[in-house]
Design a binder for this molecule. Structure first.
Ligand SMILES: Nc1ncnc2c1ncn2[C@@H]1O[C@H](COP(=O)(O)OP(=O)(O)OP(=O)(O)O)[C@@H](O)[C@H]1O
Ligand SMILES: [Mg+2]
Length: 416
């Protein structure tokens, strides 16, 4: 028997007969005790979750549905790395939502309040851009695409330039950095490495990632506010913009996590709500062998989140079409797994090999419809004892407005 009780929400309406956080039919388990439900929700929000499925199996919608419930019912903050602009209207209610259904009506009311606490950060918005002066030397080098080995001559210039600037004016903007007096100190004459280095600075300065004077907030300060969620729009069709912005987002969250941990340890009291970082198309950011310094930095930071994030109250939800295209060290850290429809056995084999358990237990995923999934790992702690086999569930469609970063196939319908 359920011990769910009617609840009053933040906007003062009763949710009806049961307390929320119903992302899917059969999860948390039907009729489960409130304590078991709480345990399961806690495992989802304060854990690392993998969402796998073929294209259009409903991965992004599932992640969005979970995010809606987290924002609605828990204190966690959600930060979304959004490469397809699928979340750009997360703060709005789906205009086609059937409001005759009480749960939908309740959601719409509540979202009209909570939506104001969701920040959507886009390159053209009032909150965007990285401050060059805030970066570490390592970040500067990586963002410039320098490794220090195969571009030794250029890296040496960067190194000397950095030291010169450190002694002289310090670091402010990239524009100030690239017009530094350092270049006047170089002996005149042909120095190809110096010219290459200058060109590199020019090219990186052209990317739309740097904070501009007149913009209200930079990327770092977005995470200092009290937002319930921040969507970082990475849909700009430029790999470097994506990687630099993702790397800095992860670094800003990490530094903030360290500060919060220190404050928590010093005070010994006080709430310290966690942050769930959702990475859609995770294989783009954490592939098995990332190429180039920018991608390597992002991948390293995701690895750091996966293996040490929990102590800073930082959790991951990674969405991908193929688990085999994710870095092994990231893949092995997911204590929660959600497997939607998969149309090839290779991915199921990768999951079996990574997480152990009996063979063939994911085979049902080969026949699923949209939103149908297997859940396993810590997500099954709502059953006592947790079962060895994954549980089949049906995720509900999300209720906020879809971003539409992916084209709908309506155009392929026969004409009237
Ligand atoms: N549970 C669901 N119920 C009803 N419709 C759904 C459900 N999940 C997804 N859909 C529909 O299917 C479409 C594709 O879903 P979604 O974008 O989540 O797929 P995806 O797995 O993320 O695909 P891709 O790999 O291309 O990003 C959505 O636009 C949505 O309208
Ligand atoms: Mg998707």
């Amino acid at each position: 028997m359920s011990d769910d009780k009617p609840a009053n929400d933040a906007v003062g309406k009763s949710v009806g007969a049961k307390l929320g956080f119903d992302v899917a039919k059969q999860w948390p388990a039907r009729g489960t005790a409130r304590s078991a439900k709480d345990r399961a929700v806690q495992a989802l929000v304060a854990g690392h979750t993998l969402i796998v499925g073929q294209s259009r199996s409903g991965k992004t919608i599932t992640a969005r549905r979970i995010i809606e419930e987290i924002i609605n019912w828990t204190q966690a903050r959600v930060v979304i790395l959004d490469p397809n602009a699928d979340f750009r209207f997360l703060n709005e209610v789906d205009p086609n939502l059937d409001r005759k259904i009480p749960e939908n009506e309740f959601f719409a009311d509540r979202w009209s309040v909570l939506g104001k606490e969701i920040e959507i950060a886009t390159p053209d918005g009032g909150a965007w851009g990285i401050k060059w002066g805030e970066l570490s030397k390592r970040e500067m080098a990586a963002f410039l695409g320098l490794t220090g080995t195969d571009d030794f001559g250029e890296y040496s210039h960067f190194d000397r330039h950095y030291k010169y600037q450190e002694k002289d004016n310090g670091f402010s903007t990239l524009d100030a950095f690239k017009s530094s007096k350092y270049f006047e100190t170089r002996p005149s004459g042909e120095d190809e490495d110096l010219e290459r280095y200058r060109l590199r600075l020019e090219n990186v300065a052209q990317l739309g990632v740097w904070w501009k004077i007149g913009t209200d907030k930079d990327l770092d300060s977005l995470f200092e506010g009290t937002n319930r969620a921040v969507v970082v729009d990475l849909s700009k069709d430029d790999q470097q913009v994506r990687m630099i912005t993702a790397a800095r987002t992860l670094e800003a969250l990490w530094r903030q996590g360290e500060k919060r941990r220190k404050a928590f340890l010093e005070s010994g009291t006080g709430a310290w709500p966690g942050t769930l970082v959702v990475i859609d198309e995770g294989h783009v950011f954490a592939p098995p062998a990332p190429e180039g310094p920018q991608k390597r930095l992002v991948c390293e930071r995701i690895q750091r989140f996966a293996d040490q994030g929990k102590k800073l109250n930082l959790y991951l939800m990674v969405v991908t079409q193929q688990p085999g295209k994710l870095h092994r060290d990231v893949l092995s850290e997911f204590n929660n797994r959600i497997i939607l429809r998969v149309n090839e056995r290779r991915s199921l084999k990768v999951l079996e090999e990574t997480y152990g358990g009996f063979r063939g237990r994911y085979d049902g995923a080969l026949t699923f419809e949209q939103g149908e999934a297997l859940v396993e790992g810590a997500l099954l702690c709502d059953e006592d004892p947790p079962p060895a086999a994954p549980r089949g569930v049906q995720f509900e469609k999300s209720r906020s407005k879809e971003g539409g970063g992916t084209p709908k196939p309506d155009w392929a319908l026969p004409r009237e």
